[in-house]
Design a protein around this ligand. Structure first.
Ligand code: CUA
Length: 309
């Protein structure tokens, strides 16, 4: 772990340099205008001071050009910052489609991580360089926040929904991983590290150690075990809709509205089945709230995502 003190923190992701640049420009602009204003206060105070007891100041009419200048120039600067910041924000928070997906579950007070081949780790996240990594995150209890300063990205993981974040690591090494949301007694110990490796080293690391079922396979087992398959099987006359190819499709609900079946929808339909009932079916499904852990839920969702028509 890198413990030396740095004024400019290490940039270890593809967008880190751009985030820093906007920060330095904002700081520079603030310093520039603060100094300019202080300087002008002193200049004006000296230059336009009252020189005798009975001095009467002359009336100064407005100067249109000057007023336009000090309205339009700051407006322009603010708009540039706004567009620049908004573009970078959307880039930072919209994962590329083809990103490599890793599951993260926050829990008082640790991070559980599962890789696509099933490999698990705690408070450590191994990733390869040069590939966009998408983290799909959930929490078992309270709000946690996944924060990797060297990547300049941070995301709150809020109970009851999935959070996603992404980054592309560019430099092998070990970097701090923090929980950046106060989450109870041992919040300050909810720390870990991100280990960035060359892709070949990562593959080697991934295949080492004990093996677990990949999330989709583990999800299929859950699907059988807790009995989802009884109603959502492929037999004709099943009480629930078939779930083949459901992920990403448009689902028509009772009442005629439609929703896109994304991760959030699948999750909600398992925990609160009657929130959105599919057209043509009765609201018969029991809730699974409190009966499935977030880690298992992520696996079931992974299984449903993999179920192609
Ligand atoms: Cu988890 Cu703070």
């Amino acid at each position: 772990m890198n413990k030396e003190f740095r004024i400019f923190p290490e940039q270890a992701s593809r967008l880190a340099g751009q985030v820093d640049l906007i920060y330095y420009v904002l700081t520079g602009l603030s310093i520039f205008f603060a100094l300019l204003i202080f300087f002008l206060i002193y200049v004006f105070a000296v230059r336009y001071r009252r020189r005798s007891e009975d001095e009467v100041p002359s009336q100064i009419p407005g100067l249109l050009q000057l007023e336009l200048a000090w309205s339009i120039i700051p407006l322009g600067i603010c708009l540039v910052i706004f567009v620049w910041g908004a573009r970078l924000y959307f880039q930072t928070y919209s994962p590329p489609r083809e990103a490599y997906e890793i599951h993260v579950v926050g829990k008082q007070w640790m991070w559980h991580i599962q890789h696509p081949n099933g490999k698990r780790e705690i408070n450590e996240l191994h990733v390869p360089t040069g590939e966009p990594i998408k983290l799909t995150m959930a929490t078992e209890d309270v709000i946690h926040s996944f924060y990797v300063p060297a990547f300049r990205t941070k995301k709150d993981v809020v109970p009851g929904r999935y959070a996603t974040m992404w980054f592309e690591a560019i430099k092998p090494g070990e970097y701090h991983l923090f929980c950046a949301e106060y989450c109870g007694t041992k919040h300050s110990q909810m720390i870990g590290k991100v280990v960035v490796m060359d892709p070949a080293d990562y593959q080697q690391w991934l295949s080492g150690g004990e093996s677990n079922d990949p999330p989709a396979v583990a999800g299929e087992k859950q699907f059988q075990q807790i009995g989802c398959v009884t109603c959502h099987g492929e037999k004709p006359g099943s009480r629930g809709p078939s779930l083949k190819g459901v992920f990403g499709s448009e689902v028509t609900l009772q009442g005629g509205q439609t929703v896109i079946a994304n991760e959030e929808y699948l999750r909600e339909s398992i925990l609160k089945p009657n929130a959105k009932t599919v057209a043509g079916y009765q609201a018969l499904m029991p809730t699974y709230q409190g009966q499935i852990s977030e880690a298992n839920l992520l696996q079931i969702v992974a299984y449903l995502k993999a179920l192609k028509k």
